[in-house]
Design a protein around this ligand. Sequence first.
Ligand code: C2E
Ligand code: CA
Ligand code: CA
Ligand code: CA
Length: 280
Amino acid sequence: AKEAGKARYEIFDRVMHAHAVNQLQLESDLRDAIAHQELLVNYQPIISLTTGKLTGFEALLRWEHPSRGFVSPAEFIPIAEETGLIITIGEWILREACRQLHTWQLQHQLSNSLTISVNLSSKQLREPTLIKKIEQIINETKLNSSCLKLELTESMLIDNIEAVISTMSQLRGKEIHLSIDDFGTGFSCLSYLHRFPINTLKIDRSFVNRIGEENENLGIVKTIITLAHELGMDAIAEGVETQQQVNQLKALGCDQAQGYFFSKPLSGESAELFIATHKI
Ligand code: C2E
Ligand code: CA
Ligand code: CA
Ligand code: CA
């Protein structure tokens, strides 16, 4: 038994070691990814549930690794955050997404319609130069700042509340929209939610994807929508996959939705085709 335990431990140890080596390799590869232009942006359509029209896109990072193929952001964003690379990568996707939306607006004569939502990491939010960088990107890309939406997670609202409120207020002062992503998963303290200048609550996919058949989580989704409206915010449901979910969300007064039912995240080219073939 002792021998078997030891063997098991050695296997465990080897697996752990392989994992660590893999992480280190990914980290060093990620450093090259920007320079080698292996990062790209996908765009997932967001749809108004009241009009059925396209309202904008969420920009989602993709990494096409030369030998591993596509690496999921769930795998490399944590590494980017640990190593601080998220600062450079985050600035890159922000610029790329703003530039892309402005190009589409010009090409399709959309003036200031459609929005682009970009995910912000906690490291970026705490960066003293964030506001300056965003200002620079807005000037450079000529995008109207009210077309930019930044997505933050609930956990970013917990520490250093006053500093976070100050940064958020400065962004709101520039007419940039602020959304709370994955709402409902972070156990944020509801009693101080109203202190943050937030425009939108995005209901996490884990709640949305079970309202269809089992009506499980319907109460949670209903509560989040009501909460958003009470606080003067709007609600976006993410991870919407079925017509049934769409119907229920509409009945609950949810404002917008995003998910495979409407479209998977698209390449820039496909997203442009989506604009050309959908009502806006
Ligand atoms: P997120 O911000 O919650 O993004 C939504 C995720 O749900 C995306 O996964 C999207 O592809 C997926 N999704 C959308 N609709 C559906 C659906 O109907 N069904 C299912 N099963 N999934 C759906 P993705 O692209 O793999 O991104 C994962 C996470 O990585 C994002 O979650 C976000 O937290 C992070 N991420 C992605 N891009 C960036 C970025 O540029 N910066 C930062 N800081 N994080 C990013
Ligand atoms: Ca998001
Ligand atoms: Ca989300
Ligand atoms: Ca998420």
